[in-house]
Unconditional design. Structure first.
Ligand code: SF4
Ligand code: SF4
Length: 436
């Protein structure tokens, strides 16, 4: 109001009213404007509930309906960091008519579990995604070609890489220590070491497998492998929607395991570990299962270190060891025990660790996701590792060494070396051959 001016009173606005007959007394009742609106049909959404009902009716996918749009899942979803994706967004898309069974979004979730950690309504993508993907598979919907290829290789050869099962134990020949293979020496053993696909066949995985063989032998662990009788446990295939294949693998694997006597199963693969502790018991098969870091961490004090490494490293928590199974300490205990190694953490670590992109079938979908995200999740993670100033990104999941080494190259961060923890232990114990 200008100084000395006169206050202008507000204009009274004539409100519309309506007169309706009371449904109880029949008398006429006058309603003010705010009530008038209730007599007009209002459009809430242009689409019907069909798309949503098709998803939420699938046993296992019901919780997608529970979303109330709080948005907590959006900033923690690793796919949203490099794209446009999170449970809330998926919920809205389905609510507004997207047929998720036929949509590319169905294959983007890595089942990393970070959204479930923060979701107040327990919208469970770890159940929803495999369920809807299975429905897409069995319903004859389009499945990314590279994933279909992995399903077929797993079905035919018992491993995702389509390698000859006879070559499962070939890596042992250059381990530098004898490795007991149960089919040729079936006497009882303490540790059945379940090598899984990438440590059996991938060249960088084989480096880690050989390092484990030397370390386990030097520590006096009584251990053996299944050799050509081993098949993948198939947990990532299950999460990618091939539940039938997973169930068939459970039958094959448990029939093989029943032939041998062992106290515990140890695996380097968090996905295999997850299957053993969560999925096999649901099907009536219970084993004492450990990730290899859990086997070695209690022995860290007994290790004779002979070679300090002089390294600054950062550690990537595998989703299926950390968030899914609560193990954050064993890898760090080992890293901190290695002389000369300084551990620096990335901003996103522990419970909030960023995903490498390999879980839930993502390991085989890099081609499919290329034009749906601004960069690969592994590339994003390598840049985070580089920002810590670490010389090395250390991992303890067989998917990760090759994923991160590729990402280090493609992002121009080749100066960040990528190693499995077991490779560092092998070196610091002075067991690795010269040049490794
Ligand atoms: S956190 Fe849960 S309830 Fe909130 S928006 Fe995400 S899915 Fe919906
Ligand atoms: S499980 Fe991980 S990748 Fe999938 S929607 Fe949740 S946060 Fe995103």
């Amino acid at each position: 109001m200008p100084i000395g001016g006169r206050k202008v009173p507000p204009q009274a606005v004539e409100k519309q009213t309506a007169t309706v007959a009371s449904t109880i007394s029949g008398r006429e009742v006058e309603l003010p404007a705010m009530w008038n609106r209730m007599f007009e049909p209002r459009v809430l959404t242009r689409t019907g509930p069909d798309a949503f009902e098709a998803i939420s009716a699938l046993p296992g996918a019901e919780s997608l309906e529970w979303c109330y749009g709080c948005g907590k899942c959006v900033p923690v979803c690793p796919v949203d960091v490099v794209g446009d994706y999170a449970p809330r967004k998926l919920h809205r898309k389905v609510q507004t008519g997207t047929d998720l069974l036929a949509d590319a979004d169905l294959w983007l979730c890595t089942t990393c579990g970070n959204c479930l950690r923060v979701c107040p309504k327990e919208v469970d993508m770890i159940q929803i995604m495999p369920t809807v993907r299975e429905a897409a598979l069995t319903g004859g919907r389009e499945v990314p070609g590279e994933l279909q290829d992995v399903f077929e290789k797993t079905f035919r050869y018992g491993n995702a890489l389509g390698e000859n099962p006879r070559r499962r134990a070939q890596w042992t020949r250059s381990a530098g220590v004898p490795v007991r293979i149960l089919p040729t020496d079936p006497s009882p053993v303490d540790v059945l070491f379940y090598v899984e696909d990438y440590w059996s066949y991938h060249p960088r995985g084989q480096d880690a497998a050989r390092a484990f063989a030397r370390v386990a032998t030097a520590l006096g662990i009584d251990w053996a492998i299944l050799g050509h009788e081993e098949k993948t446990l198939g947990d990532s295939q299950r999460l990618a929607g091939e539940k039938g294949l997973f169930d068939a693998l459970v039958e094959d694997v448990t029939a093989t395991l029943a032939r041998y006597e062992f106290a515990r199963i140890v695996t380097p693969d968090p996905h295999a570990f997850n299957a053993l502790v969560k999925e096999y018991p649901k099907r009536g098969h219970t084993f004492e299962a450990l990730h290899y870091t859990q086997l070695l961490a209690p022995l860290a004090d007994q290790i004779s270190w002979v070679r300090p490494l002089d390294l600054k490293v950062t550690f990537h928590d595998p989703c299926y060891l950390g968030r899914h199974n609560g193990e954050y300490d064993a890898p760090r205990t080992l890293i901190r025990a290695i002389p000369g190694v300084e551990l620096v953490e990335m901003g996103r670590c522990g419970v909030n660790a960023y995903c490498c992109g390999g879980g839930g079938g993502g390991m085989w979908l890099d081609g499919f996701t290329r034009d749906k995200t601004s960069e690969r999740l592994s590339e994003r993670r390598v840049r985070e590792a580089s920002q810590t100033g670490a010389d090395m990104l250390v991992v303890c999941c067989p998917y990760e060494v090759s994923r991160f080494e590729d990402a280090a190259k493609s992002t121009g961060n080749d100066h960040v070396l990528v190693r499995d923890i077991i490779e560092l232990i092998d070196q610091a114990m002075g067991l690795a051959p010269a040049g490794d």
